[in-house]
Ligand binder design. Sequence first.
Ligand code: NAP
Length: 295
Amino acid sequence: MQILDGKLASAAILESLKNAILSSSTPNGRTPHLCAIIAGNNPASESYLNSKIKGCAATGITSSIIRLDADISENEFIQQIEKVNNDQSIDGLLIQFPLPAHFNESKIINAIDPSKDVDGLHPVNAGKLALGLPTFVPATPLGIMLLLEYFKIETTGKHAVVIGRSNVIGRPISILLSRNEPFGNATVTVCHSRTSNIKDLCLSADLVVAALGKPGFLTADMIKEGSVIIDVGINSVPDSSKKSGFAIKGDVDFESVAPKCKSISPVPGGVGLMTIAAILQNTLLAYQNKFKFKS
Ligand code: NAP
């Protein structure tokens, strides 16, 4: 059984991004700049944001954070987005989720300039992805594709089952896996909470992407011997043995599934790290696009 080690794969991507940034010459000599906006002080959001900022530092990307109160109005938040949209020194804009409960998520996403949308959430970018046009691919699905590419996981002609149909993970990864592209060309089945025969579908899958947000959902009896398992879940579960009182668990029951499958991405240390690498890669893309447009 092979561990699809996100530490290894993301380190390689960060190294190549660092080299690309070092060797990129821009008209004004500045490096790519990623700006994050966060409202409130949710500890998990802070920790995710920290990892992204660390990744920026490691690759030579300039980073900045706009910190706002959790009770900020939606309009004030959008004004901050517009400020970043209009700031020519910023290439990528990242909104740290979850948003305050009183926000309308799609209103916020719609306010992002699609050319700075390094999380690939804006409808313009989602539409381009669906049409197979060049765009910002949402960070977690892009991270999964980079992981498959790094470990040379063959997907052509395979049956891939994606559990989850969210706009940020399930839907885009199902599009990517079915594209006529390297590490695509799979036959994809998308499952959701109303799919009646998930176990049968998973048992016929060569590749399962578990992205439903239910700790330990995918168990050994649900998978085919020798299949590839990508665990996207990040679930906080109570664990008295930890100082924090909780542990991070994936959507896959790693202990039972690992011995039966061919390859598996662990949680933590798998897709989460690839998501950060993907955001940095998208930031470099935003920067390259900007200077290409201007030349
Ligand atoms: P989400 O928006 O809540 O979507 C969950 C999807 O799973 C929905 O489509 C839902 O179906 C489906 N689902 C829920 N229960 C199910 C069940 N029992 N059987 C089959 N399908 C079921 O979640 P998300 O944002 O996509 O995130 C999914 C997981 O990935 C979460 O654990 C999240 O924390 C994690 N995540 C990881 C990363 C990373 O970097 N690794 C990044 C973001 C999120 P319906 O559509 O029918 O409701």
